[in-house]
Design a protein around this ligand. Structure first.
Ligand code: KG4
Ligand code: ZN
Length: 334
């Protein structure tokens, strides 16, 4: 028998994901998103997300298996996100994963959503160097992590946002600027023709390795309100906001690499798609002699492959499986 095939399931927010991984290699994956259904509310509505997962989970697993050229009976272990995330949303994925593990008689592994984001990069660039610093930055997270051996050592949580996530800041400011949801990509597009030095937005740097974006969001809203009745120079506002966010994110990440003597920075999450976050991270890493790893966007945003990647590491490390009565943990600490 070859190495085990691990099915990963993700349903913590608005993406239903399934992925299949064997020996650190991605065999197939599929994602369904309920983002469009939340768009008119300007943010994720938990009840809508849960119903969408219920609808999508079966077809998404089928699609991932088809892409891999596998059948359900080929699955040797199941990994599922148990938290953190929306409780109703998590329950759908965990219930599905338990049923499959029970029916196939294979082990079940509970996975922390952030460990999944960290592992996503291994599917593109191979095993992570030990240690490395990982910046997980999306609509739901802004976390700076020190990662050693993902399957054996606990992840060290260096810092987090004290208020809004960076993606949330982009989404909320985009709304004030009259740009569509999700705001991150819209700000990025608008910023292309803007001047990043046009508006001196604050660079909030709270204690240690934490972040804070609510002051920046308020400053951007005030700046827009101050121009009521006149045409808003959206491109300049977007470029200046993006510059401020990219500056604080990369500044903190570089400081963590320096303090812990780490030679590799990994940036994951939806905001890793931001062109200025990428270019500034590249500039600063190059200047400091630090290797930068950013997985492709399909692995950056929430997906099941990243959960399968953690499951695969756990299975190969001989980790104890979770019991079939494992619970969800919506506010799971690392
Ligand atoms: O990882 P993700 O798909 O979902 C979670 O939030 O977990 O990330 C979505 C977030 C949204 O806030 C979106 O606005 C932001 O990532 N985003 C971007 C860009 N693309 C997506 N933010 C800035 N620039 C982008 N190009
Ligand atoms: Zn996520």
């Amino acid at each position: 028998m070859g190495s085990p095939i691990v099915l990963g399931i993700e349903s913590s927010c608005d993406e239903t994901g399934a992925g299949l991984v064997r020996d650190g290699r991605l065999l197939g994956q599929a994602v369904a998103s309920s983002m469009d259904e939340h768009a008119r509310f300007g943010g994720v509505v938990p009840e809508i997300a849960s119903r969408a997962h219920l609808h999508a989970l079966g077809p998404v697993i089928r699609q991932a298996l088809d892409e891999a050229g596998l059948g359900l009976s080929d699955v040797d272990a199941v990994a599922v996100t148990t938290g953190p995330g929306l409780s109703g949303a998590l329950q759908v994925g965990v219930a599905g994963a338990k049923s499959i593990a029970y029916a196939l008689g294979v082990p079940l592994h509970g996975v922390h959503h952030l460990a999944g984001h960290v592992a996503a990069d291994t599917l593109e660039h191979g095993p992570l160097p030990n240690p490395c610093v990982v910046l997980v930055v999306s609509g739901g997270h802004t976390s700076l992590l020190l990662v050693r051996d993902l399957a054996r050592d606990p992840i060290v949580h260096l810092g987090d946002t004290l208020d809004d996530a960076a993606g949330e800041c982009f989404d909320k400011v985009a709304r004030v600027f009259g740009l569509p949801y999700p705001g991150g990509p819209a700000i990025d597009r608008a910023a292309r023709v803007g001047d990043p030095r046009a508006v001196p937005f604050p660079r909030p740097l709270p204690g240690s390795y934490d972040f804070s974006f609510s002051g920046l969001k308020t400053a951007a809203a005030r700046w827009a309100e101050g121009r009521a009745g006149r045409e808003l120079p959206v491109a300049d506002g977007a470029a200046s906001l993006q510059e401020a966010v990219a500056d604080v994110l990369t500044r903190r990440a570089m400081a963590a690499c320096r303090e812990y003597g780490v030679g590799t920075l990994v940036v994951v999450g939806g905001v890793a798609a931001n062109s200025r976050v990428r270019s500034l991270a590249e500039e600063r890493c190059r200047a400091a002699g630090i290797a930068l790893r950013v997985p492709p966007l399909r692995l950056c945003t929430d997906n099941g492959a990243m959960i399968a990647a953690v499951g695969d590491l756990l299975v190969r490390a001989g980790a104890e499986p979770a019991p079939l009565d494992v619970s969800i943990d919506p506010s799971a600490p690392l």
